[in-house]
Ligand binder design. Structure first.
Ligand SMILES: Cc1cc2nc3c(=O)[nH]c(=O)nc-3n(C[C@H](O)[C@H](O)[C@H](O)COP(=O)(O)OP(=O)(O)OC[C@H]3O[C@@H](n4cnc5c(N)ncnc54)[C@H](O)[C@@H]3O)c2cc1C
Length: 426
């Protein structure tokens, strides 16, 4: 009988999206052996807006990844907001803690770049490895994973004292451990499509639409929020999202809504002509505000979307996947330096505690915000009255993009940080 090979490492990381690849990078930089298991083969698409705020750029910088335009990045200066008849450009804030620019790059490129960066740092990247479940010891603790490998789905086992679940919103590993998503947390669904758009592809602002209208339905207001992000390669990433606080939740035809909205855009943008579409309309869920907890249990740490870490204010998930990955890696390094048992467990419990301290209050504010904007009247009042005020909108940008200095910031930073501290952690 041929016994399938079992591989061992200090850490097994499941999923090579931004969370998994960042975690693998930081772990290997601390000298640990890492198996990074990814079910797909790179390059591969991932449904996303492809937009990075300064928060995500800071994480790239921390990983030593160059962000020069010559390396294929399109830089942006800030956010352009459209709504209530107002069009306003807000530059990213000038802060000590974050760079003052954002980026765009397709996930086709971006995810491969990060995975290869982790591999370059020493992680063993194993693509075509679909993780099928946890391996448990007699005490019910996770000591590895099983995977179906390659086209033949050959079963293999990968063992490690600690496992990071960075398998995205499907959260297969967490589900196998009985960790269902929390229904009392915000969640969104979003769709996107690429269009060829010579006039809009090199936009140096990320564009956000607070009001979407449909020509078809007599200038009717559509539920949801849209974006147009230039990619600098002749294409734009255009999409829209709906939150579960909306009355339209669960009964929205997203594809029709996207084309209805785009039919109202100027013809020279090229987005109301099927001939300019570069691929299908694809959608996915955005798990927000810690909608899956606990973030550590029985030898497994949840990173990024698997732990529901998308920012409820703006739908940004890449930065939080990369930040939680770095924190998880630091926790694991310290944990593995202690003997297995209570001393190690104490360190590991520090991961959910630190996540809660960093984002818990802010995500609670985000949850309240999601509930508020679920009411179209309130949203309309907010759009009409807040948008014409640049100072107020600069505050809103800092709040929604979570961009403040923790120390030495301005009055806006102090208010936002104070509110986040006061709000009960999500
Ligand atoms: C339409 C849309 C637009 C968005 N726009 C933006 C945006 O502009 N900016 C932003 O910051 N965020 C955006 N997000 C959110 C962002 O895409 C996610 O938050 C982010 O990808 C999370 O990263 P992750 O590494 O946690 O998970 P993922 O990126 O989902 O990576 C998970 C990885 O795990 C792999 N995997 C899954 N299951 C298994 C398995 N069983 N075995 C092995 N591997 C597995 C997957 O193939 C994948 O490579 C958007 C989301 C959607 C749906």
């Amino acid at each position: 009988m041929v016994v399938a090979e079992t591989r061992e490492a200090d850490v097994v990381v499941v999923g090579a999206g931004p969370g998994g690849s960042s975690a693998a990078y930081h772990l290997t930089r601390h000298g640990l052996t890492v198996l990074l298991l990814e079910k797909t083969e790179f390059p591969r698409e991932k449904v996303c807006g492809d937009g990075l705020t300064p928060r995500a750029v800071r994480q790239l910088v921390r990983m030593g990844i160059g962000t020069d335009p010559a390396d294929g990045w399109l830089h942006n200066k800030g956010l352009r907001i459209l709504g209530g008849g107002v069009r306003m450009e807000l530059d990213w804030p000038d802060l000590a803690s974050f760079p003052d620019y954002g980026l765009t790059r397709t996930r086709l490129d971006f995810d491969q770049l990060l995975a290869l960066h982790a591999k370059g740092a020493g992680a063993e990247l194993l693509t075509g490895h679909n993780v099928t479940g946890p391996v448990l010891d007699d005490a019910g603790r996770v000591v590895g994973v099983t995977a179906a490998v390659g086209p033949g789905k050959e079963p293999r086992t990968f063992r490690a004292p600690l496992v990071l679940a960075a398998d995205g919103v499907s959260a297969r590993l967490a589900l196998a451990l009985g960790m269902a998503k929390r229904e009392d947390r915000p969640i969104g669904v979003a769709v996107r499509r690429y269009y060829r758009s010579p006039t809009r592809h090199d936009d140096d602002y990320l564009e956000s639409w607070l009001e979407l209208r449909s020509k078809e339905a007599g200038d009717k207001l559509l539920p949801g929020y849209g974006w147009i992000f230039g990619l600098g390669d002749g294409r734009v990433n255009v999409g829209l999202g709906v939150l579960n606080s909306s009355a339209a939740w669960g009964r929205t035809n997203f594809r029709a809504m996207l084309t209805d909205w785009l039919a109202t855009t100027p013809p020279d943008w090229g987005m109301n002509d099927e001939a300019n579409a570069a691929g299908p309309i694809l959608g996915a869920a955005l798990p927000m505000g810690f909608n899956r907890v606990p973030h550590y249990t029985r030898g497994v740490l949840l990173v990024g979307d698997s732990g529901g870490m998308v920012n409820p204010f703006n739908g940004e998930g890449i930065a939080y996947a990369m930040e939680s990955a770095e924190l998880a890696a630091e926790t694991v390094v310290q944990a593995l330096a202690r003997p297995a048992g209570p001393a190690r467990e104490r360190v590991l419990q520090g991961y959910p505690a630190e996540l809660k301290a960093r984002y818990g209050g802010y995500y609670r504010l985000g949850h309240w915000f999601v509930k508020l904007i679920g009411n179209p009247q309130l949203m309309r009042i907010g759009t009409r009255h807040a948008l014409p005020h640049p100072v107020l909108m600069r505050f809103v940008l800092k709040l929604m993009a979570n961009l403040t200095d923790p120390r030495g910031g301005d009055a806006m930073d102090r208010i936002i940080n104070g509110l986040s501290r006061l709000a009960p952690a999500a």
